[in-house]
Write a protein that binds this ligand. Structure first.
Ligand SMILES: Cc1cc2nc3c(=O)[nH]c(=O)nc-3n(C[C@H](O)[C@H](O)[C@H](O)COP(=O)(O)OP(=O)(O)OC[C@H]3O[C@@H](n4cnc5c(N)ncnc54)[C@H](O)[C@@H]3O)c2cc1C
Ligand code: SF4
Length: 493
């Protein structure tokens, strides 16, 4: 949004509750990042039964893209339509793929996305080839790719937002290291929102960034029709800032929390919440991380290059959408220490050296009871799983395929695929808490992500999703921000 609006000439103040993520050796330490959660907030939330929930999220300039895996996918055309899943209807979006396509193209250029069109069997229409060539597979992953092809699947190159120049490695900002997915990039070669959008905007005289500035409450005029100011916790105490236009982009959970905390006499149920939908319909994907282990050593350094969508919409045996499969960053003994039961006689490092690491996501459906609330000034996140059966089938399916590829040379007990259900605390794919729509009784935002109830208030982050599909969300969040930014520029003319 900032990238789009910086040229408007309007004075823009960005309030960021965190600071710049420090550049330090720990950026690339598995112990610091994975075992000690160095870049996670210490803030505590609550979940069902009043239990503590320590969210695995960080507050930094650039938000969660500072540590993301940089897998940058477009939703499929059909994801924008209504369709049947095994567990109910996935609702349609009020804006279709056709309207989003030019903004996906713009977002891919802005975030330096590598890929190769024509290989993913579910790929939506693209008006252009990816702006940068695919990131190549290392030998073990190329072998896996060929084995999957032999099984009749259609593996493809994972679209990635990194500044890698494989044709000229000496000049390449990205060194293709083994600490990317889940880590900050020490040398700023990952395409994150801080490096690609915020820092270049700070050269503009009309743009000011205030860090350590947490938005606490939005205040409206007496009529409640417009926001007039925001209360902000800063290093100098609580300050109040006024503006003509307010854009909330705190991430789906904190944006909902901010609106709920901003209740007043004109908006007793929370700001812009006449629909009672603010905070509801939280969606985040069903997700599993899994290892497949074989006798073949895996010396891959940068592993996150391959994905499989053959079961995205189901297959001949099962007609419902199952989900998406991609590789994770390469594990090591420190990353898996808490999660993998080691077979007798093997060391964690041996397991990791023979493992390929996978990440699977399936769609979860919006449920009004899956929701963010603010109780006694603290975030409560309640969530009950749904649409699980089709996702479990996906996990079973890939295990079955991998076991036939590996049959005869698996040195770990056959069928042993250490896997981990991603817990509620991992809020990386948080979306849906202020969905957009035409009907103000059932949605919070209109088609331009302006709140139905308040004239000068927009919410532009993952909150607007009416449904989440099964691919990673960041490119859609970015493309939508560019779309809304374009709308605002036209309004400002
Ligand atoms: C480990 C990890 C790996 C991931 N990998 C991928 C991937 O490979 N591909 C992909 O597509 N997605 C990935 N994601 C998800 C992706 O990072 C998010 O979808 C994306 O960052 C969401 O953007 P957002 O703008 O909605 O929220 P955020 O990125 O969370 O940004 C919110 C911003 O608001 C600030 N903020 C919050 N509250 C306040 C407040 N009250 N006042 C002021 N500022 C506030 C925060 O500090 C932050 O800067 C990953 C996430 C994680 C955690
Ligand atoms: S792989 Fe490239 S972008 Fe990722 S952390 Fe390493 S140097 Fe940075």
């Amino acid at each position: 949004m900032l990238h789009k609006l910086k040229d408007s000439g309007e004075k823009i103040l960005i309030l960021e509750r965190g600071t710049f993520l420090p550049r330090e050796k720990e950026n690339w330490s598995s112990v610091a990042v994975f075992q000690k959660g160095r870049y996670h907030t210490t803030e505590m939330w609550k979940t069902e039964g009043d239990k503590d929930l320590h969210p695995e999220t960080g507050y930094w300039v650039g938000g969660n893209t500072k540590v993301f895996g940089a897998a940058m996918f477009r939703l499929r055309e059909k994801d924008f339509e209504e369709y049947q899943t095994a567990d109910g209807i996935s609702p349609a979006w009020p804006v279709g793929y056709k309207e989003m396509e030019p903004f996906y193209t713009e977002a891919e250029k802005l975030y330096h996305v590598h890929g190769k069109m024509g290989l993913d069997p579910t790929e939506p229409f693209r008006s252009e080839e990816y702006p940068y060539p695919e990131v190549s597979h290392e030998p073990r992953i190329q072998l896996l790719n060929d084995e999957l092809l032999q099984q009749g699947l259609h593996p493809f190159y994972l679209p990635l937002g990194i500044k890698l120049d494989e044709a000229n490695r000496i000049k390449s900002p990205c060194i293709r290291c083994n600490t990317c997915d889940g880590f900050p990039c020490l040398i700023h070669a990952k395409s994150d929102a801080d490096i690609n959008c915020v820092r270049p905007s700070l050269d503009y005289e009309n743009v000011t960034l205030l860090t350590d500035a947490k938005a606490l409450k939005l205040n409206t005029s007496a009529s409640g029709r417009e926001v007039v100011s925001v209360d902000v916790e800063t290093m100098e105490g609580i300050q109040q800032f006024t503006a003509d236009l307010f854009i909330v982009s705190c991430g789906a959970i904190n944006s909902a929390a901010l609106l709920l905390k901003s209740a007043n006499s004109a908006h007793p149920n929370g700001l812009a919440n006449s629909s009672d939908q603010v905070g509801r319909n939280y969606i985040k994907h069903n997700s599993v991380a899994m290892m497949s282990i074989s006798t073949k050593p895996n010396h891959t350094i940068f592993q996150k290059t391959l994905a499989v969508n053959d079961f995205y919409w189901g297959n001949e045996d099962y007609k419902f959408p199952m989900g998406h499969i991609q590789l994770l960053g390469k594990s090591n003994k420190d990353i898996i220490a808490d999660d993998v039961p080691v077979a007798p006689g093997f060391l964690l490092s041996e397991v990791a050296e023979h493992a390929i690491d996978w990440w699977m996501t399936g769609e979860d459906l919006p449920d009004p009871d899956n929701r963010v609330q603010v109780i006694n000034d603290q975030i409560h996140l309640d969530y009950k799983e749904n649409n699980r059966e089709s996702f479990d089938r996906l996990v079973h399916k890939i295990k079955h395929i991998l076991s036939s590829i590996d049959s005869g040379h698996s040195f770990i007990p056959h069928g042993f695929y250490p896997s981990k259900n991603i817990p509620l605390a991992a809020v990386g794919h948080q979306s849906g808490t202020a969905r957009f729509g035409i009907d103000k009784a059932t949605s919070v935002l209109d088609l331009n992500c302006k709140t139905h109830d308040v004239g000068n208030l927009y919410v532009v982050d993952g909150s607007f999703f009416p449904s989440i599909g099964a691919v990673n969300p960041s490119l859609t969040i970015i493309a939508n921000a560019l779309r809304v930014g374009q709308h605002l520029l036209e309004q400002m003319k």
